[in-house]
Design a binder for this molecule. Sequence first.
Ligand code: ATP
Ligand code: MG
Length: 301
Amino acid sequence: MYKETGSEGMRILILSRNASLYSTQSLISAAIKRGHQIQVADHLMCNLIIEKGNPQLYVGLDPIGPVDAVIPRIGASATEYGAAVIRQIEAMGIFTSVSSEALLKARNKLHCMQLLSQAGLDIPKSGISGGDLCAGLVYEQISHEKAVVKLLSSTQGLGVILTQSKNQGISIIEGFHRVGQDVMIQEFVSDAKGSDIRAFVVDGEIVGSMIRQAVPGEFRSNIHRGASAFMVELTDQERHAAITASKLLGLSIAGVDILRSSRGPLILEVNASPGLEGIEGTTKADIAGKIISYIERHVNK
Ligand SMILES: Nc1ncnc2c1ncn2[C@@H]1O[C@H](COP(=O)(O)OP(=O)(O)OP(=O)(O)O)[C@@H](O)[C@H]1O
Ligand SMILES: [Mg+2]
């Protein structure tokens, strides 16, 4: 149900599996502070009725009622259904802060890498083989010793492996293929020294940035793997790369992950539903407020 604010504002619906998550709470307070009404719904509890000229969306048994804008916070485990819910919202003519198309594009790591590199943005050199037979050939194109072997479905650094040799790499790839998982082979960017940059983009502007540093002996800088985060000033090249990447994928809100290398910034990933806890905690910036302001600008147009 909407939390009443007592003043005229937008009616905003947040799609989130759990209303008590930091990011959801932060968006709720930013919206209420600006005089909007806010409702949270679990996208997996949303039901879609599809018929000629009359798309409908229910939360459980209730039709969603009048909504001015939707902020989807769709996790990696619910991408497909989440995208279907967003498509329904688009069909109903309601503003959404991420389109179904952009969400699906960003969630496909391989597609993302292809688009970024085609647009002239630099990435760690990456490859994939159609099966076991050519895994060695692809590995050799990337490296003759160390490489990063990565599950296409990895999250929180799980399924991201630093291999020491081609033979070791191939064994791991064969193992993943046996359990039906696709993997990518990627150039190991040792210059990054176990760190990566998160640039948070809202509406074509950098609104916060941090550097994450892995614990000693670890190359993965995921907070879930124990990494620490610090504020960082981005170079002009990094700002440009982050803004261009989010535009390219059609994302107005994006968390762009970058590795610093001797040949310049290498884009690792563009996150379509970036968390707010790390970036707000590290930078003390009101990122949720920037997101709500962006929605105000677009809904009022
Ligand atoms: N090619 C690479 N060279 C050096 N370090 C890498 C490379 N790829 C990944 N890493 C390190 O491993 C971490 C995890 O990798 P990545 O972000 O690709 O996967 P993930 O975190 O599991 O996926 P997601 O970000 O979608 O949750 C990165 O943050 C980075 O620190
Ligand atoms: Mg990551």
